[in-house]
Design a protein around this ligand. Structure first.
Ligand SMILES: [Zn+2]
Length: 172
């Protein structure tokens, strides 16, 4: 077991939402992930898990899984936004994205496994002390993610963690 450097919140496909995913684009994405020294990313478009699954397939078949791609999506559950990561067909890791934007709490806190402490788009308002208290109360993994909306920003923030930790928290 070793720690992986993972950016678990990215949106680079929003920019090309209406175009097909091309091999060229995936080649750039894989190169960018490796250039940043990351082991992988999660692809978490808003209410759309298709991109993540498509990229995962292409990286597996055309890039021999050189980097880890975790399919996911970001969903609105008033008053918060939750990111779901599909670790496999039955295991979903859920974390609260950018707490405080607009809410810190929702009815499903008991179903969460993680919470963002750092997010470059939202650091200006994230109450770090409060987030640590919430994480302690609900036993949540603290995360740093880029929330990238283009390739260059991927990996600007990342978390070092054990994949097994994500899996066991999501199972538990
Ligand atoms: Zn986001």
């Amino acid at each position: 077991m070793r720690r992986l450097k993972l950016d678990l919140h990215t949106h680079c496909f929003e920019l090309i939402r209406y175009s097909e995913i091309s091999i060229n684009f995936i080649a750039k994405l894989v190169a960018s992930i490796k250039a940043k020294g990351l082991d992988g990313i999660a692809i978490t478009e808003h209410h759309n898990s298709d991109y993540g699954y498509k990229v995962k397939e292409i990286v597996k078949h055309s890039f021999s899984s050189e980097v880890l791609i975790i399919p996911g999506q970001e969903i609105n559950v008033w008053p918060v936004q939750i990111v779901e990561l599909y670790l496999d067909d039955t295991i979903t890791f859920r974390f609260l994205a950018h707490p405080g934007y607009p809410g810190d709490y929702y009815d499903g806190m008991a179903d969460l496994h993680g919470i963002e402490l750092y997010n470059p788009l939202h650091d200006w308002h994230i109450d770090k002390q409060k987030v640590k208290e919430i994480a302690h109360k609900y036993q949540l993994l603290l995360l740093a993610n880029s929330d990238a909306h283009n390739i260059d920003d991927i990996g600007s923030y990342y978390t070092e963690l054990f994949l097994e930790d994500l899996i066991s928290r999501a199972k538990g």
